[in-house]
Write a protein that binds this ligand. Structure first.
Ligand SMILES: [Zn+2]
Length: 213
């Protein structure tokens, strides 16, 4: 079972990817993690990627896919995997599909965790983080015992710049421009499955397991 997770930043696709990985005993593969592992392990691919990163450049799609294929060739991926954070663009999806098809392989499902922008902006706007220990809260879902004060260390809680509506809107604009076209791309391939991501995360997961069987 080879799965790609789609969805806007803040839609909760990472959480769903982890739950899928656990239930179906397949690895949860995020490109960030495999880059770090290759660089830390000093692999040839890792060193090549590092050259680009050190110069502040994007790692080319071909190289990212090479690193990804190297990861999914490992034994623990023989029953499948969940990709989280890749592909993010149509060219990346095309490079991935081409590389997989050369191996006689293909993605089985592209799962889109669908959440309207307004919901995401509201969700992120409710987050609070401790200025001292970094503990995170949510005003509605995980409130601190005392408003504005960290339960763990008593410091002040703030809304991080990353979670401010204007920052979140900018990320969503990038998502709509670059990543949302993938929804049409995978629809055409007949493997897109869209789930309503506005409901409770366990209900989202139930929908996903209905699809995956
Ligand atoms: Zn704290």
């Amino acid at each position: 079972m080879k799965i790609i997770m789609l969805g806007a930043p803040g839609a909760g696709k990472g959480t769903q990817a982890k739950m899928i990985a656990e239930k179906y005993s397949i690895p949860h593969i995020s490109t960030g993690d495999i880059f770090r592992a290759n660089i830390k392990g000093g692999t040839e691919l890792g060193m090549e990627a590092k050259k680009y990163m050190d110069q502040g450049q994007l790692v080319p799609d071909e190289l990212t896919v090479k690193i990804l294929l190297d990861r999914v060739a490992k034994d623990d991926c023989k029953n499948g995997y969940v990709l989280d954070g890749f592909p993010r663009t149509i060219p990346q999806a095309e490079v991935l599909d081409k590389a997989l098809s050369e191996l006689g392989d293909a993605v089985d499902y592209a799962i889109d965790v669908d959440v309207p922008d307004e919901n995401i902006i509201n969700r992120m706007g409710g987050r609070r983080a401790c200025v001292t220990c970094g503990a995170t809260y949510h005003m509605v879902h995980v409130p601190p015992k005392q408003e504005g004060i960290c339960d763990k260390c008593g410091s002040e809680l703030i809304l991080r710049d990353d979670d401010k509506p204007e920052t979140v809107k900018k990320r969503l604009d990038v998502y709509h421009a670059q990543t949302q076209p993938l929804i049409e791309y995978y629809t055409k391939k007949g493997i897109l499955k869209s789930v309503d991501g506005t409901v409770d995360m366990m209900d989202v997961f139930a929908k996903i397991t209905d699809i995956l069987g």
